[in-house]
Design a protein around this ligand. Structure first.
Ligand code: AMP
Length: 190
């Protein structure tokens, strides 16, 4: 199964993606996690992207596209989390998945209002100590989500490929709604 999960930071996207990967025995491809690992390991990529992550800015599209291409090629089933974040990334994803013959089964959007996302992120800042959970970086990430990632969600919506789930509900309820959507697509595809 191949799932794309979209939503702003603080929507519970990472939590749901992890759960989906465990429940269905598929890979969790989280670009944020991959980048943070590179930063801690101080690889060439990590050194280059560390200041970008800290500001809450976006890593350049070409770099992200290459990074994710390598993972998509080796995984059969996956839940993609954190990519695509821009229209050029979405277009590249389309082409890549087409080339390797691995179409998505479902695209899920977790919706939360900004004020809910912000209050969840401020809470997480205390717990996890992420470098990009400063108030400035949080505001910047949400701004970029609206500006650059929302057009991606609109494109999937226009294509009729989007399942929209209320991300303000509790973890278990959101999980149940996503599973319902997956069951629907399996029935739909025979
Ligand atoms: P996340 O864990 O998904 O919130 O990602 C953390 C940070 O990694 C983001 O704020 C960006 O700086 C960077 N990042 C992750 N995925 C992407 C992407 N697809 N395009 C550009 N930057 C990304």
């Amino acid at each position: 199964m191949r799932i794309l999960i979209l939503g702003p930071q603080g929507s519970g996207k990472g939590t749901q993606a992890k759960r989906l990967a465990d429940a269905h025995g598929i890979a969790h491809l989280a670009t944020g996690d991959i980048l943070r690992e590179a930063v801690s390991a101080r690889t060439e990529l990590g050194v280059r992207v560390a200041p970008i992550l800290e500001r809450g800015d976006l890593v350049p599209d070409d770099l992200m596209i290459e990074l994710i291409r390598q993972r998509l090629e080796v995984e059969d089933g996956f839940v993609l989390d954190g990519f695509p974040r821009t229209l050029p990334q979405a277009q590249a994803l389309d082409v890549m998945l087409d080339e390797i013959g691995k179409p998505l089964d479902v695209v899920v959007l977790l919706e939360v209002r900004d004020e809910v996302a912000v209050s969840r992120l401020h809470g997480r800042a205390g717990e996890e100590g992420r470098a990009d959970d400063s108030p400035e970086a949080i505001a910047n990430r949400l701004r970029l989500y609206h500006e650059l990632t929302e057009p991606v969600t609109q494109q999937y919506r226009a294509a009729g490929a989007l399942v929209e789930v209320d991300g303000e509900k509790g973890i278990e309820e959101v999980a149940a709604q996503i599973e319902q959507a997956l069951a629907g697509t399996r029935l739909g595809s025979g």
